[in-house]
Design a protein around this ligand. Structure first.
Ligand code: ADP
Length: 256
């Protein structure tokens, strides 16, 4: 977030450097159940971001002193792998990944019916394979589909998207250049069924009116992401179970 409004990122026709309008999302692709060995998984592409999420559990919580006798804990580990950015990223956790893991855990803990699974841990691993701004939103979007894929009861799926300000205009779903040289970046996530916001951060500055408009833009975009999330789960379960039913039934040989 450089806040450098001299760099022209939106042309005179209101078109951004990647050809989008200010209120347009990058192309989104979501697939559920992509990993065989996890209890639940999802793959998300938002523009050039590529993110995998895997869920294990509910399973016995270790270390034991972290167990909660009343409910499950949701432990999220967000990681950007070395080749996810232009310069090789130093492997291992850093302040940023610890922060992102924490905010995604808190959002997920709010939607999962944790009281159904006392003393257990639900572990969510988010691996960013390719990063281009908005990875925490892509990670959270993937995590909630992976939790649903694992059959863990939740209030709802959690779509997430970033809004922000570039060249004095409120824009939706910032790309890397807009994130670097824009004036504000506001990642947000919500529960569409209730309208509750479960993640909201702000880097940079917005006026009150810009903030109100940015949130309304983000809410509309979350509704679009939500449909794509549901569609991914529908494809995984409805289409696959229909395909199974259509399998030809083998009839045992009749004795003459
Ligand atoms: P988000 O990915 O949620 O937008 P940030 O705003 O912190 O989170 O990061 C914006 C973008 O900056 C990332 O998506 C990634 O493309 C890039 N980035 C973040 N950390 C690094 C890093 N250590 N090395 C190179 N690029 C990075």
């Amino acid at each position: 977030m450089g806040g450098n409004s001299n760099i022209k990122l939106i042309d005179d026709n209101g078109i951004r450097i990647d050809g989008r309008k200010v209120d347009e999302l990058r192309p989104i692709k979501i697939e559920a159940g992509v990993l065989k060995n996890a209890d639940g998984s999802a793959y998300v592409e938002i523009g050039k971001n590529k993110v995998l999420a895997a869920v294990y559990g509910p399973r016995e919580c270790h270390p034991r002193h972290m167990q909660n006798p009343a409910k499950a804990i949701v432990q999220v580990k967000y990681n950007m792998i070395s080749f996810s950015v232009d310069d090789r990223k130093r492997p291992g956790p850093d302040r940023r990944s610890v922060e992102i893991s924490k905010i995604i855990s808190e959002a997920m803990e709010y939607v999962v019916f944790t009281e159904n699974y006392p003393r257990t841990s639900i572990d969510v691993f988010i691996e960013v394979l390719q990063a281009n701004a908005g990875t925490r939103c892509a990670g959270l979007t993937a995590a909630s589909v992976a939790l649903a894929d694992a059959g863990i009861p939740m209030k709802d799926l959690v779509p997430a998207i970033a809004v922000g300000k570039v060249n004095d205009q409120v824009v939706l779903d910032l790309n890397k250049e807009e994130d670097n040289y824009g004036q504000a970046d506001v990642p947000m996530a919500m529960i569409p069924r209730t309208g509750e916001v479960v993640l909201l951060q702000m880097d940079g500055h917005l006026t009150y009116d810009e903030f109100k408009y940015a949130i309304s833009l983000g809410k509309k975009a979350c509704a679009e992401v939500y449909e794509i999330q549901k569609d991914a789960l529908r494809r995984r379960y409805v289409v696959e179970s229909e395909a199974e039913q259509e399998q030809p039934v083998s009839v045992p040989d009749q004795e003459a």
